[in-house]
Ligand binder design. Structure first.
Ligand SMILES: [Zn+2]
Length: 223
């Protein structure tokens, strides 16, 4: 269920004070509008009613997708991670109590991410039935391939997975010089990586809510 409250913020431009809605959690099954804003990347941007200036304000928030059985907690500050894990665990307990018959179905996936973009990426991955652990491994591979093929190019600062209009997989690759490029991911790469690395991923997955570049490096080091 969507848990929300109002808070006042002050516009940095004109100092006007206005109310914003702060969501502690968003459940896509019940809170369609908030989910839509979240997945468009608009939930944490607030427009001043007086001057139109946009303020970005991020805060801890739990997103629950019952259709595809996953929960993602945004946790912008490292200090809050333990609290976010606590929120996930109590949400997990609640689901088990409410839907005991579903426990044996596809298990839930739980993740903690630091920002809205990472949440949107993971939501796209899970909604397409894909494994984010394999996507992180593909990022490592694409990053090193990119560096080998473009030794003089600016280095990669971030990569985001997305599914294109025709269902194709791709990475948006952000470079240090503020440019980005798009690289298609051949689907058989995903299949190949999944076959090769799923068991190593499983070894490191128990009780692990953070699946990022460090997770992928740890998987590569599993002997
Ligand atoms: Zn303003």
């Amino acid at each position: 269920m969507a848990l929300e409250h109002q808070e006042k913020i002050k516009c940095k431009d004109c100092s006007c004070e206005f109310d914003i809605t702060v969501y502690e959690s968003v459940n896509g099954a019940f809170d369609v509008q908030a989910e839509e804003k979240l997945l468009k990347g608009e939930l944490f941007t607030h427009i001043c009613p007086n001057c139109g200036n946009v303020t970005a304000l991020s805060y801890p928030m739990l997103y629950h997708n019952m259709d595809h059985r996953f929960m993602i907690h945004i946790c912008p500050a490292e200090d809050d991670v333990q609290e976010c894990i606590g929120n996930i665990k109590s949400a997990q307990k609640q689901i088990d109590e409410q839907f005991p018959e579903k426990r044996m179905e596809k298990p839930y996936t739980f993740r903690i991410v630091s920002d809205e973009n990472a949440l949107r990426e993971k939501a796209a991955i899970f909604s397409h039935g894909l494994d984010d652990r394999i996507i992180e491994l593909l990022k490592l591979f694409f990053n090193s391939t990119f560096r080998m093929q473009n030794p003089s190019s600016a280095s990669v600062v971030d990569m985001l997975f997305f599914v294109g209009k025709n269902g194709e997989y791709a990475f948006q690759i952000f470079l240090e010089d503020d440019t980005y490029l798009v690289s298609d991911i051949p689907k058989h790469f995903y299949t190949l990586f999944k076959e090769k690395y799923t068991s190593a991923c499983d070894l490191l997955s128990h009780g692990n809510y953070v699946v990022d570049g460090n997770f992928a490096i740890a998987v590569m080091n599993v002997k």
